[in-house]
Design a binder for this molecule. Structure first.
Ligand SMILES: Nc1ncnc2c1ncn2[C@@H]1O[C@H](COP(=O)(O)OP(=O)(O)O)[C@@H](O)[C@H]1O
Ligand SMILES: [Mg+2]
Length: 273
């Protein structure tokens, strides 16, 4: 069921520069997300993580540098292009509709044009009853996958925060993206909830031993300041500090990298450049 039939990186950034007024948020940032991996981006507050996330989902356009997806250039990326490109993201905050059920919230995330055809979408034709049923059953399956199907007919405000976070994740997954972008998904979770989230994220991607996930394989770019979560979940990690990539490698390599320790501990160890 692995829908990734290419070895091309699912996302590349090459020499990306972003500044806001005089503030350099990203400088010479290059990275790639490989098929089926969980890629982590960590760094202290203000390092540029959210800016990098926003570049990846088309909310911020770099002043220079390029993006690519599956070997193709991604020019003028906009957030509404993401579903067509097989990409999905969780919104900052939860962004759930309080007066819609959990199931309906998740159905909103389904890319209807993929089911009704692009022409019907352009003409604004209503989706047929059978399309609706198909979207509903996909949404239900996604809730089951995240073990929150018992809440399908509840309204979000009546649910614990951790469940609502899962609903937001389900909405991002229902379109079966091949690349999922997560910005600080662990914020506000307890350490138990964080470790469950880690298991969920891990189960989306191909495991290090090569076994396939239950559903279609999803590569994940996880932008997160919780070191523990990133270390336990990611195949590879990039570390940002002051808008630059100061280290990259496996969790074990990152854990021992002096530049990373210095950035996180605020030590006065000089960076190589
Ligand atoms: N919209 C913006 N306008 C001005 N400065 C910004 C904006 N977004 C981010 N910055 C600045 O860019 C730098 C990187 O911020 P950010 O990407 O939010 O870092 P992180 O997510 O790692 O905390 C910071 O110095 C921040 O103040
Ligand atoms: Mg941030």
């Amino acid at each position: 069921m692995n829908s990734l039939d290419t070895k091309d990186p699912v996302l590349t950034m090459t020499d990306v520069e972003v500044s806001f007024g005089g503030i350099v948020a990203l400088s010479g940032v290059s990275l790639e997300v490989r098929p089926g991996e969980v890629l982590g981006v960590i760094g202290p507050n203000g390092a540029g993580k959210t800016t990098l996330f926003n570049v990846a989902c088309g909310l911020v356009r770099p002043q220079s540098g390029t993006l690519g997806r599956l070997g193709q250039p991604l020019t003028r990326l906009r957030p509404h292009d993401l579903p067509r490109l097989g990409m999905s993201r969780t919104l900052q905050g939860l962004g759930l509709f309080d007066r819609m059920t959990v199931l309906d919230n998740v159905m909103v995330g389904a890319d209807r044009t993929a089911h009704t055809g692009i022409l019907a979408g352009l003409l604004g034709l209503p989706s047929s009853a059978s399309d609706d049923a198909a979207v509903r059953s996909t949404a239900m399956a996604t809730l089951e996958r995240l073990r929150i199907d018992g809440y399908a007919h509840r309204l979000p405000p009546s649910l614990p925060y951790a469940v609502r976070k899962r609903v937001a994740l389900a909405r991002a997954l229902v379109s079966e993206p091949t690349l999922l972008l997560l910005d600080e998904p662990a914020s506000g979770l307890s350490s138990d909830e964080m470790s469950e989230l880690g298991d969920e994220i891990r189960s989306l991607a191909v495991s290090p031993t090569g076994s396939e996930p239950a559903g279609p394989a999803t590569s994940v770019m996880l932008v997160e300041h919780h070191m523990d979560l990133v270390m336990s979940v990611c195949d590879r990690i990039y570390v940002l500090d002051f808008g630059k990539v100061i280290a990259q490698g496996t969790p074990d390599e990152i854990r021992e990298d002096p530049a990373v320790l210095a950035a996180y501990l605020g030590n006065e160890v000089a960076h190589e450049d």
